[in-house]
Ligand binder design. Structure first.
Ligand code: T6T
Length: 316
């Protein structure tokens, strides 16, 4: 009896003090790591705010490690470093829907619960849960919003995309392309990739304007392309004449919306993506019920309808 009691004390001691479970001999830390797509960017900063708030409320230690650029070759070594640290869960926005599959599978194989936040892998067997906007629907909403703004005037329409292989922006472009065909007066001139660089977005807008003087609308599929497209229209002296619909709601994008350079923004809810990611990760770690897919809200903001609760943050 005494021996059993002593054993029970030893087991409890080994599992206590911020440790949980046992993954192959080493107890996992009661820790969650967030790996955003890129550092110091308002969409991911807002996500981080929701992540920190929810993780701390659940009593988990937190860490955030982001690549300096939205680039799979920079994000991959971060995933490998986190694997060595063995947290209980990782929330990650994979910057490429194929290239991150191997590194993320290594996390899963080590017993770490993986939750995708925002972007996702093509391979749906790695993550326990994915929290994201309905991006295809967001692209459709952008097309309808742009067509309404143009108001029946015939002309060309351009999509500025980021990098091929980014699940979210690829889905937005697809939704837009499908929907814009319903407006025969609008001639879709195709999508152009910008490598998620604002300068490239700016120069692609000015080049498209030179080749298509009848340009009446641009859909920029994310924050950087939107900020860059606004610069392009400014440089060409065509702000207001060409309707610009962006995705996301950074402080700069909101300022451009208010001053009439941007006509509409499709805003996401990154803080809720971060918060819900924590809830799903903790459920997976602690044996609760996990939802494989969770969709968060999207809303179209215009100058007259721009509630600040949708604006992204620069700091928590
Ligand atoms: O639009 C967001 C995010 O949803 C997308 O996956 C990548 O770009 C952003 O982070 C904005 O820059």
């Amino acid at each position: 009896m005494r021996v059993l009691a002593l054993l029970a004390v030893l087991v409890l001691t080994a599992c206590g003090g911020g440790q949980i479970g046992d993954t192959g001999g080493t107890a996992a830390k009661k820790k969650l790591v967030l790996i955003p797509g890129v550092a110091a960017e308002p969409f991911y900063i807002s996500m981080e705010c929701g992540f920190r708030e929810a993780a701390e409320a659940k009593g988990y230690e937190v860490d955030v490690q982001a690549p300096a650029k939205f680039d799979a070759t920079l994000q991959t070594p971060i995933v490998s470093g986190v694997l060595a640290d063995k947290p209980a869960g990782v929330l990650i926005a994979p910057t490429d829907d194929k290239a991150l599959a191997g590194p993320m599978r290594q996390l899963k194989d080590a017993g770490i619960k993986v939750v995708e936040v925002d972007t996702r892998l093509e391979d749906t067997s790695v993550a326990a849960s994915t929290i994201s906007s309905d991006n295809e629907q967001g692209g459709r909403l952008a097309a309808r919003t742009l067509a309404d703004l143009v108001g029946g005037k015939p002309g060309s329409v351009l999509v500025l995309n980021t990098k091929a292989g980014t699940s979210t922006t690829d889905a937005r472009a697809k939704g837009f392309e499908d929907e814009i065909t319903k407006y025969p007066d609008l001639k879709y001139v195709g999508q152009q990739y910008t490598d998620n660089e604002p300068d490239q977005a700016a120069s692609k807008v000015t080049a498209t304007l030179a080749a298509n003087p009848d340009l009446v609308g641009v859909f920029a599929t994310n924050l950087n392309t939107g900020e860059g497209a606004a610069t392009g229209l400014r440089n060409a002296g065509r702000t207001g004449a060409v309707n610009l619909v962006g995705f996301d709601a950074s402080p700069k994008q909101v300022q451009d919306l208010k001053s009439g350079v941007v006509q509409a923004l499709i805003a996401q809810d990154p803080a809720t993506i971060g918060r819900t990611g924590v809830e799903q990760a903790v459920a997976a770690i602690e044996g609760g019920s996990v939802r494989r897919d969770v969709q968060t809200e999207l809303v179209a903001l215009t100058k007259d309808k721009a509630d600040e609760k949708y604006f992204y943050r620069q700091k928590c």
